[in-house]
Design a protein around this ligand. Structure first.
Ligand SMILES: [Fe+2]
Ligand SMILES: [Fe+2]
Length: 202
């Protein structure tokens, strides 16, 4: 009994000793993990900055969004250059379109459209927001269609026309009207707010 207790106490002492040692190495491990997380976060921030860079470098909010419109139409060009056999490429391009349009929608819906409403362009903002709902509808429908069917490409064509019409309204009338109403400081603030939103999804 006594021997057992003694051996227990030795075990617990030695356990304590190990614990002391292991808490040191646990600390080091946590430190290393934290450093790893920090490096990962930095790398992720770097990646995000790289994704948002073309938009940030394009200039004011309206020029930046116009640059994204052009990039989106290039993705449509690439999609429309595929054949019914290029199913993997179609899936990849659809994924890219989804990401580009999601980031673009966040930038507009979380910054530019609220600024439109604040400037009295409520109906226009609501109309544009309504279009964005149908962008998601097209993406959902295309996602659920066989990529080798001719109907897929017909849908892509309809989608492109809808996006082009939406882009024309934004670039030709609605955005220039807002830009002219805002002071240089307000335009600068809107550019910063738009990039901040884009960075979230970059
Ligand atoms: Fe839009
Ligand atoms: Fe847009």
């Amino acid at each position: 009994m006594a021997t057992e207790a003694a051996s227990k106490s030795t075990r617990s002492r030695s356990k304590g000793g190990e614990n002391g040692k292991s808490s040191g190495s646990t600390g080091a491990l946590i430190g290393a993990a934290a450093a790893g997380v920090a490096v990962g976060l930095m790398a992720n921030l770097g990646r995000k900055a790289a994704v948002q860079a073309p938009t940030m470098l394009a200039g004011d909010w309206d020029e930046a969004l116009a640059a994204e419109h052009q990039a989106t139409l290039k993705l449509f060009d690439a999609m429309q250059a595929t054949t019914d056999k290029n199913t993997t490429k179609r899936s990849m391009l659809l994924m890219q379109l989804k990401h580009a349009l999601a980031k673009h929608a966040i930038e507009e819906e979380n910054a530019v459209y609220p600024a439109l409403r604040d400037a009295g362009q409520t109906e226009e903002a609501d109309h544009l927001n309504h279009d964005h709902g149908y962008v998601k509808q097209f993406l959902y429908d295309l996602d659920n269609m066989p990529k080798d069917s001719p109907a897929f490409m017909t849908k892509v064509g309809e989608f492109r026309r809808a996006v082009e019409e939406h882009v024309r309204e934004e670039e030709d009338t609605i955005f220039p009207k807002l830009k002219a109403k805002l002071s240089p400081e307000q335009n600068k603030a809107l550019t910063a707010a738009m990039n901040k939103e884009g960075f979230k999804l970059a």
